[in-house]
Design a protein around this ligand. Structure first.
Ligand SMILES: Cc1cc2nc3c(=O)[nH]c(=O)nc-3n(C[C@H](O)[C@H](O)[C@H](O)COP(=O)(O)OP(=O)(O)OC[C@H]3O[C@@H](n4cnc5c(N)ncnc54)[C@H](O)[C@@H]3O)c2cc1C
Ligand SMILES: NC(=O)c1ccc[n+]([C@@H]2O[C@H](COP(=O)([O-])OP(=O)(O)OC[C@H]3O[C@@H](n4cnc5c(N)ncnc54)[C@H](OP(=O)(O)O)[C@@H]3O)[C@@H](O)[C@H]2O)c1
Length: 461
C-alpha cells in the first residue's frame, strides 16, 4: 500500500512540497499519496490579504499578518522560482519590489502551471485541529475541521484520517507575541499588534510609537512616513533597526518603560519621553502548533536562522517522521522552501537516509547553530542561509543551483548598500534575474510617490 503524507498548509512552503513531489512524478517516480489540508479557501498563505483581525468566526487566530499597502522588502529576484520565472508569469519584465498582490498572483501562477491542486488532494477550508501518533499502529491520526460545513450556527464536521508522515507548513508569522508594559492598558489612543495592522494610512497625522526593531518596525516606520504620520518613534529592546538614514520625523529610542497615568506620555529606558497617539507592537510572532499532541511532536523555536530541534532544518529530531518547512527567519523564503521541500520529499521517498541516532542529528544541528552564531557575530546572516540552501540542494535534484545562490547572495549585498544610501528609495532599484538573465524594469513611479498598490498599476505600463 502507498504511504500517506499529510501536508498542513497550502502557503508557499506547502506548495513547494507539492511541486517537489510533482517533479518526481514527472520523472516517472512512484510517489506517495499526498493530502494537503488548508484552512483558508485558496492557496497563497500570508500573501492572501485578510480584512479580518484578531480571532475569526471559527475561533482561530486570523492567519493574515500583511497590510494592504505592503511591498516586498527584498528584491523579488532573490526568491524567484527557478522553474517559473516572474517573466514567464507576467509575460514581460516587471520591477524588483512589487506590492503584495503581484507576489500572490505569482505564487498561484506556479501552482496553476503545474496543476498542483488538481494533481494532489488539496482540501480547502480544512483546519487541522489535532495530530497524534500511535506507537501501536505507527501512524499519525490527523483530525480536521471542515469549515465549509459550519453554516447557520451548525457545528463544523470533524473527521480523522491516518497518515505515515506529517509535514507542517503552517508558517510562523501569525500568532502575535504581545508583551505587556506598565500603564499600557490605560493608554488613551489605539494599541495594536502589527498582526492586526491592515491600512497604515489610518495613522496619517498621528504621532506613532513602534515597539520592536525588526523588519516589521522598519517597514511600518517607512510606510507611516510615506502615508503622512506626523512622527514615528521606534523603541528597541536589544538593538536599534540598523537604519542609518531615517528622516527627521523618525527617531529610535531605548525600550518603552511605562505609559504615564495621563494615558498619552510614553517613558523610555533612557529617561526620555514622548506623547503619542497610537502604539503598534512590532514585537514579532510565536511559533505556535496547538494541534500537535505531545512535546515530542511539537517544535519549540524562535524567529532565528537556525532553530534547534530540526535535523537539516526540517526533520523533527524527536520524531523523524515529522517534518517542518519554513521555520527559519527568512532572507530566502520561496528559494529556501523549494530546497527544503525537495529534501523532505527524498527523505519520505527513502532516497535519503537519516542518521541512525537522535544524538547524531542533534550534534549536526549544533554545528549549524555554531555557524549561525558566528554569522550573527559578523552582523550578516544572509551568507549563512545561502550555505544552508546549498547544503540542501546538493542532496537532491532540486533545480536551484549553487550559481543561483551565489548570484542572489550578491543581490543581498547590493540590497544592504541601497538601504544604507536611502531607506526610502531602496525599492526603486532594479536587479538582474538569476533565472532569465534579464534586468528588471525601473518602475514608472518611485516608491515614495506611488500610492497605487494594485497589481494592474504595477504590471501594466
Ligand atoms: C508582514 C510580513 C511581510 C512579509 N514580507 C515578505 C517579503 O517581502 N518577502 C518574502 O519573501 N517573505 C515575506 N514574508 C515572509 C512570509 O512568511 C513568507 O513569504 C511565506 O508566506 C511563508 O510561507 P509559509 O507557507 O511557510 O507560511 P504562510 O504563508 O503563513 O502559509 C501557511 C498556510 O498554512 C495554513 N494553515 C495554518 N494553520 C493551519 C491549520 N491548522 N490547518 C490547515 N491550514 C493551516 C494557512 O492558512 C496558510 O495558508 C513576510 C511575512 C510577514 C508576516
Ligand atoms: N515585506 C515587508 O516589507 C515586511 C514587512 C513586515 C514584516 N516583514 C517580515 O515579517 C517577518 C517578521 O518580522 P518582525 O519584525 O515582525 O519579527 P522579528 O524579526 O522577530 O522582530 C521582533 C522584534 O520585536 C522585539 N521584541 C520581541 N519581544 C519583545 C519584548 N517583549 N519587548 C520588546 N521588544 C520585543 C525584538 O527585539 P529583540 O531584538 O530584542 O529580540 C525584535 O526587535 C520578517 O520575516 C520580515 O521580513 C516583511
Amino acid at each position: 500500500m502507498k504511504k500517506r503524507v499529510a501536508v498542513i498548509g497550502a502557503g508557499p512552503s506547502g506548495l513547494s512540497l507539492l511541486r517537489a513531489f510533482d517533479s518526481a512524478a514527472e520523472k516517472g517516480a512512484e510517489i506517495p499519496e499526498i493530502v494537503c489540508f488548508e484552512k483558508q479557501g485558496e492557496v497563497g498563505g500570508l500573501w492572501k490579504f485578510e480584512e479580518g483581525k484578531g480571532v475569526d468566526e471559527h475561533g482561530e487566530i486570523v492567519h493574515g499578518s500583511m497590510y494592504r499597502d505592503l511591498y516586498i522588502n527584498g528584491p523579488k529576484e532573490v526568491n524567484e522560482y527557478v522553474d517559473y520565472s516572474f517573466e514567464e508569469h507576467y509575460g514581460k519584465v516587471i520591477g524588483s519590489y512589487p506590492p503584495r498582490p503581484v507576489l500572490l498572483s505569482y505564487i498561484r501562477g506556479r501552482a496553476e502551471k503545474y496543476n498542483l491542486c488538481a494533481k494532489f488532494s488539496v482540501r480547502f477550508n480544512s483546519s487541522v485541529s489535532k495530530i497524534s501518533y500511535s506507537e501501536d499502529t505507527a501512524k499519525f491520526t490527523v483530525t480536521v475541521k471542515d469549515r465549509s460545513t459550519a453554516r447557520n450556527g451548525t457545528e463544523a464536521k470533524v473527521y480523522s484520517e491516518d497518515f505515515d508522515h506529517v509535514v507542517v507548513a503552517v508558517g510562523h508569522f501569525s500568532t502575535p507575541n504581545v508583551p505587556q508594559f506598565p500603564g499600557l492598558e490605560a493608554f488613551k489612543g489605539s494599541v495594536l499588534h502589527a498582526h492586526d495592522v491592515r491600512d497604515l494610512s489610518e495613522f496619517r497625522g498621528m504621532d506613532v510609537l513602534l515597539v520592536g526593531s525588526g523588519y516589521t518596525a522598519e517597514d511600518i516606520a517607512c510606510q507611516c512616513f510615506k502615508l503622512g504620520a506626523a512622527s514615528v518613534t521606534i523603541t528597541f529592546r536589544s538593538n536599534p533597526t540598523g537604519c542609518c538614514n531615517w528622516p527627521e520625523s523618525i527617531k529610535e529610542v531605548p525600550l518603552l518603560e511605562r505609559v504615564d497615568s495621563n494615558g498619552r506620555t510614553c517613558h523610555f529606558k533612557d529617561g526620555s519621553s514622548k506623547d503619542v497617539d497610537a502604539i503598534i507592537l512590532c514585537t514579532g510572532y510565536l511559533h505556535d502548533f496547538p494541534f500537535m499532541v505531545g512535546d515530542e511532536l511539537r517544535l519549540v523555536a524562535g524567529n532565528r536562522m537556525w532553530p534547534l530541534g530540526l535535523y537539516q532544518g526540517v526533520v523533527l529530531e524527536t520524531h523523524p517522521k515529522v517534518f517542518y518547512l519554513g521555520m527559519q527567519a527568512q532572507f530566502y523564503s520561496f528559494t529556501m522552501f523549494d530546497a527544503q521541500a525537495w529534501y523532505v520529499r527524498d527523505v519520505i521517498m527513502g532516497r535519503l537516509t537519516l542518521p541512525s541516532s537522535t544524538e547524531e542529528m542533534v550534534a549536526h544541528s549544533r554545528k549549524w547553530r555554531e555557524a549561525e552564531l558566528a554569522a550573527l557575530a559578523k552582523l550578516d546572516v544572509k551568507p549563512f542561509q545561502g550555505d544552508y540552501v546549498k547544503e540542501l540542494i546538493r542532496h537532491t535534484d532540486c533545480p536551484i543551483t549553487p550559481e543561483f545562490v551565489d548570484k542572489t547572495q550578491q543581490m543581498g549585498v547590493d540590497w544592504d548598500k541601497h538601504k544604507a544610501l536611502d531607506i526610502m528609495s531602496y525599492r526603486d532599484h532594479a536587479f538582474v534575474s538569476a533565472v532569465t538573465g534579464n534586468l528588471a524594469r525601473t518602475h514608472h513611479t518611485p516608491w515614495m510617490q506611488n500610492f497605487d498598490d494594485s497589481l494592474e498599476s504595477y504590471v501594466n505600463f
